[in-house]
Design a protein around this ligand. Sequence first.
Ligand SMILES: [Zn+2]
Length: 270
Amino acid sequence: MELNSVGGDFTEVGYYILKAMIDAKYELKLWYMKKKEIVCNILHNKEMIMNEHLIDEIGNDHVSYTTETPMKKDAAVLSEGEKIKKIEVHFKQIMEILGLDLDDDSLSGTPHRVAKMYVKEIFNGLYPENKPAIKLFENKYKYNQMLVERDITFYSNCEHHFVPFYGKAHIAYISSGKVIGLSKLNRIVNYFAKRPQVQERLTMQIAEELKDGLNTEDVVVVIEAKHLCVSSRGIKDDSSSTITSFYGGKFKDEQTKTEFLSYLNLKNYK
Ligand SMILES: [Zn+2]
């Protein structure tokens, strides 16, 4: 009896404790769900706020996430002429939305001019068929020191703002037995510059192309550039320039690196 009584009491107490626990858990769950919902909403809103914020941030900080230029899979579907026609239509719309009178003689041809310039000139480095073929020559003189091509002028366009950045590229390599025509180095720089770009990616793409083409890791690419999106808008800093570099193979050791940098400082060749 006693045991039963104790057992009964225990069961009763246990029941209330258990019920209270279940209720509490239920309440807790409700509270948690509610809270989760609120947190989700906050996160969702924050995400929305961050997205707008991020768009500016990524642009102003010139952040890029890939070495390859991000291209659509169907990039090669349209012909050059079709691209020009389509861009012309859309650029005309942009101008009209801005309130410009396209009947004006000075403006009427602008959509076509811009479209042609995009496709045939400033963005023609997007198409692999325009890539300069690298022709290698035997290194007859057995020249196995570094070869430096400096002050290669280039003009590119920032992919975040579609305004120019421009400057000089300095390239060097140590021959693995073959050499490349000097003007080819300029052409390679300009091929990759003629894309919507970020400077870091431009540097990497040139370096990768040279490594592949020259069959060596011993390449260096240094780029110094001025960005109009920094000087003419946003922070409006007119005096700063941006330097990016890639040091591969032997150029990673201090002595070779110092030798290369000393050639860049030879002002009398400017
Ligand atoms: Zn920019």
